[in-house]
Design a protein around this ligand. Sequence first.
Ligand code: N7H
Length: 490
Amino acid sequence: LEKLEDIQGDIWSKGFPKDNETYYLFQIKHPADFARCLRKLVTDQPHLIPNLNMVKVNWAEIKAEKKRADAHKEQPKRLPMANALIAFTYKGLEIIRGGLQNPDDLLLEDIEKTDPAFSHGMKSAPLNDPTAGLDPLFADPTAIHGLLKVAGSSKEKVNERLKEIQVALQCDKGVINDVPGGTEGRIDGAVREGDNRGKEHFGFQDGISQPLMNGLDDPPPAPDSGALATSTMETEPKFLIVMEGTRSQGSNDIPRPDWMHQGSFLVFRKLEQNVEAFNDLTEKNFKRYECRNAEHMGAKLMGRWRSGAPITLPAYHTADDPTGDHCKSKKMNNFGYEKVDDNSTARGCPLAAHIRKTNPRRTDEEDTNASDPGLKFTRIIRGGIPYGPDHTKGEKPGVMKRGLLFACYQGSIEDGFQHMQSSWCNTDTFPMGGSGLDPIVGQGKSPDDMKMLITEGKEQVQINPPLVTFRGGEYFFVPSIKSLKGVLTA
Ligand code: N7H
């Protein structure tokens, strides 16, 4: 992949030490001053919003520390680092346009045509999102103009970096303001501690499967290394980053404005998890659905065991094995699924299991029954982090709030997240009629729709209350560094 120095680093920050993270939502109050401050920031203090090359240097340092620690049989030290990314809503781009000397250069009308999901915003998207019970920060989508996503090795590092950027953007002089409704316009997340490190609140290892790209995964994994997923996991950079070119809309190929190249779309969703409901559902129903125990039923909802072992592989059909070959040798992505019309739900992985819905690991050539144009290009880079305290047994239900700050990057929202959520997770007919909805993140038109097929020949299991509830979110665009120094601030 060329032009790494133009791409904002967080897009591919998989090696980045992300113990803490904040999502700071802001409004642009004085567009011309904002343009001036932002241009100065990216020009004079490039480390504040690093590019991908700079993040790659971080990766190298982290790898070197790991090597050193391994040689001394020690735990690697967490290197003190922070990383930030800036992104804008469509409303934010409209405001920015107001402060430019050549506002027509933004060609916002073209974005309306190529990327209507982005220009209309998440609230208008066909996602079956609830409109009540949202985090007040998301009460008025037109109030959100931009996002600073700051991640780091500690809360202090994150706060320090956010402060530096806020000072550079003259937050104190009112050039930007916190989005009203929350504490300082921000939502904080942190990885869980101790044995729960790397696990989300339901207790599953997260961040195992990510698309691999030549040029970014360096050196590219050898086809037989086992680090590679099935063929469907390798992806063209253009599905994740807006490369040069056009986006097809039916029979028309509409060019995107040049300034969008080397950018990416960022989807952010605050998703509350009901751990009590997950435990209850699996403990009360596992027998009825012919699972060995609650753990087994949980693995069927997810498609992986808590360790990450894929339930579809015969070695893990009925039990987790964190010491198994796949877990030990990092082959956790080296699998595909049987033909969709096989009776695969009975022993292996249900068709609607979360990881099977969100990545069917097939191509449409392989299976005409599951023909869906998205099978090839619906790819996202995920970068979520948990929020809220750990669940404790016996705590008063519904009081403590916890969940996942879900974030993902893609080259098109319609083809990426939105297709995945709306046509796959929320749809009973994908990959096959009667599969049910994704039990983790699916959202039906009514609560009764929230069911999935766990065991062939049995009725679908009703999931009520929902395991995950949407608490707000938005669609953003992450411009290239070149555009931050150029068209967007000229
Ligand atoms: Fe999911 N979870 O912990 O339950 N997710 N996810 N996700 N998810 C995955 O393979 C989870 C959400 C994807 O390539 C794992 O890295 C939770 C949304 C995709 O095999 C676990 C929430 C969307 C994959 C979870 C949540 C996705 C994936 C297994 C919300 C998109 C990779 C670990 C609270 C619409 C699939 C791993 C593949 C994996 C969980 C949200 C998508 C454990 C709790 C909204 C593409």
